[in-house]
Design a protein around this ligand. Sequence first.
Ligand SMILES: Cc1cc2nc3c(=O)[nH]c(=O)nc-3n(C[C@H](O)[C@H](O)[C@H](O)COP(=O)(O)O)c2cc1C
Length: 251
Amino acid sequence: MSVDPIIAALSGACSFAGLTLPDPLPASPIPLFMEWMGLAATSKTQPNPNAMTLATVDEAGHPSARIVLARRVDAARGYVVFFTNYEGAKGRELIARPEAALCFHWDHLDRQVRISGPVTRSPQSESDDYFRSRPGMSRIAAWASDQSRPLASRAELIEKNAAAERRFGLDPATPRDEQGRPAKEIEAALSVPRPPHWGGFRVWARRVELWLGHPARLHDRAAWTRTLTPATVDGAAGYEGGEWSGGRLQP
Ligand SMILES: Cc1cc2nc3c(=O)[nH]c(=O)nc-3n(C[C@H](O)[C@H](O)[C@H](O)COP(=O)(O)O)c2cc1C
């Protein structure tokens, strides 16, 4: 079956088809973005409704994109937080060229959100809080992986992880479930600090575009921009946002 008949069948089945963005548009796109995130989360038809494509650019100007999970959105200040290894490819790119583009796509809702703007590192406390909330085995894995570096074999990664387990007091011979996790009480007792090279990035929305699919291809699309002025936020480098200015775009 070619792609077109599949799309035709799906668009007929989409219960959200025919919805439009408010007219006139709201002054800020952020409440609608939050509403769409909430809808994507509660409709439970997508395992990771907070998944977003993150596009970065290296020092030579070559773009690169991959999926990461949005872990926090500050609706008042207008930034999105994700966590990663600062020494991996995207980490190094964002530190050298702190600008990013994000794209959320909720296929079952026929919606897309694009956000772009400058990037800052999360304050230590934000990275610490989130790292503490992760399961013990994920915290150990953050120590084991030198993200984006070459690996000779899968066995090498397993050995690096076993070395990290020993370092944090977990015997690699401990019985595991089928997901590789030890008994709950053993995992809960692990004490694993945040690696200094692991933490959050905040992507500050300078431009937001909302896209709502329409069955007759007359998709509804609008974009907002604002100025961002450098400011200290939560004790770290951040931005103060100006007024949003928005308008509809041809699809
Ligand atoms: C659903 C999904 C969620 C992911 N979430 C993250 C994440 O939150 N942080 C992260 O560093 N990588 C995440 N990854 C892995 C990245 O896509 C990517 O492979 C990895 O971060 C290395 O990218 P880089 O070499 O460009 O730095 C996720 C992948 C998928 C498919």
